[in-house]
Design a protein around this ligand. Structure first.
Ligand SMILES: *Cc1c(COP(=O)(O)O)cnc(C)c1O
Length: 391
């Protein structure tokens, strides 16, 4: 029997969890693990000057992708740290003005758990509901902001269902009522165009590993027009103007800079390819297995396909497809097998267990997408035959 496709197994369709580093990123990083190992803070010799220069170049690459100034970029270890740093720093510096913070039920755990922590310290958090399409109703936000509200935290693109919040309008509401806005943009980079010069965002979290850079590095964008200072959460050598101490991981930073540069140059054409693959995949899955897409159908990124397959346990389907890497619910919660809180928040009460998240990206091939539709339809047929509910 001759193989139908030449496939790279397992087929990786879990780009929302993490992405492989682009080979060009890896190439760029290697010298900084080898002979260019100087500490960027070493002011007294060539090896230090050299790495300081590349760190600043990478800073410009990140800044230019989001239309920011490089002065507004603070290196961190990833979006989890950036969220913690911004949220705790703003809460600490503004607690005299009030103790009320607003966020969404569908935020990432890095935001939700930080808010829970602040609750234990006496802050009051409003976890706003979203509509059944996953989007925030602006009137709800507007009504929730009070005189004691010191911070609003809204994600750009949701990690589980891929919906895009209207950050421009949200920022307008926050700005009008003079409440700082923190945006978690970990899933947005390379998928939506982020323009900090047009949109009034006070702080924003970015990460490298969801955009073809290495893991363990990220950025906190801090708007230079902010009236508040980001109080450091880490104390030490005073790097990053004292906001985030710790020796800069040059190789990681160079990798993130290169990854963001590649998006700056190639992002648009890549987006079109992803969109085409998405259209094919969604059409096939809806046609073959009568699946439906979770979350808003228009305000969404094409990289994420979170689908509901009636009478099929998402977990059982996933486990039956050993050659395919997808995710049921969020990667961060799937180890605990708790029903996804994001799907619950969009009203999928009965369907939380019937969903899988397929996420595609730069290295996804048409043949892989085709393979996946065939495998999924085969497995779904079998699982439905076992289901007493399927007629
Ligand atoms: C992945 C992710 C994070 C965490 O980012 P790390 O860099 O892995 O710490 C935070 N928020 C969202 C929306 C994410 O998707």
């Amino acid at each position: 029997m001759k193989p139908i496709y030449k496939l790279r197994l397992p087929v990786y369709l879990d780009y929302s969890s993490t992405t492989p580093a682009d080979p060009r990123v890896v190439e760029k990083m290697l010298p900084f693990l080898r002979h260019k190992f100087g500490n960027p803070a070493s002011r007294s010799h060539i090896l230090g000057w050299e790495t300081e220069a590349v760190v600043e170049k990478a800073r410009e690459c990140v800044a230019s992708l989001i239309k920011a100034s490089s002065k507004e970029i603070v290196w961190t270890s990833g979006a989890t740290e950036s969220n913690n740093l911004a949220i705790k720093a703003i809460a600490l510096s503004k607690h005299n003005k009030g103790k009320h913070i607003i966020t969404l039920k569908t935020e990432h755990k890095a935001v939700l758990d930080t808010c829970r922590y602040l609750e234990s310290k006496g802050f009051i958090i409003s976890y706003l509901a979203v509509n059944n399409n996953g989007l925030l109703d602006l009137a709800l936000l507007n009504n929730c902001i009070q005189s004691g509200t010191i911070l609003v935290i809204i994600m750009y693109v949701n990690h589980e269902i891929g919906v895009i919040q209207n950050i421009e309008d949200i920022s307008r509401v926050c700005n009008k009522l003079r409440v700082p806005l923190h945006v978690d943009a970990a899933q947005a980079v390379g998928k939506v165009s982020i323009n900090t010069s047009k949109t009034q965002i006070n702080t924003m979290s970015l990460t490298s590993h969801k955009a073809y850079g290495p893991k363990g590095v990220g950025v906190l964008y801090v708007n230079k027009a902010n009236v508040f200072k980001v109080v450091p959460q880490m104390h030490g050598g005073g790097q990053e103007k004292g906001v985030r101490s710790g020796t800069l991981p040059t190789h990681q930073i160079v990798g993130m800079g290169k990854a963001y540069r590649l998006i700056y140059v190639e992002g648009l054409s890549e987006f079109k390819t992803t969109k085409q693959l998405n259209v094919f995949l969604v059409k096939e899955l809806i046609y073959i297995v009568q699946a439906s897409v979770n979350g808003c159908l228009t305000a969404r990124v094409p990289h994420n396909i979170n689908i509901n397959i009636k009478y099929v346990e998402g977990e059982a389907l996933m486990m039956s497809m050993k050659s395919i890497c997808v995710s049921s619910g969020s990667a961060c919660t799937s180890s605990s097998l708790q029903p996804s809180y994001v799907l619950q928040a969009i009203g999928c009460i009965q369907n939380v267990h019937n969903s899988i998240r397929i996420s595609i990206g730069r290295f996804t091939l048409a043949s892989e997408v085709e393979y996946v539709t065939q495998v999924v339809s085969g497995k779904v047929k079998r699982l439905r035959q076992l289901s007493p509910l399927w007629v």
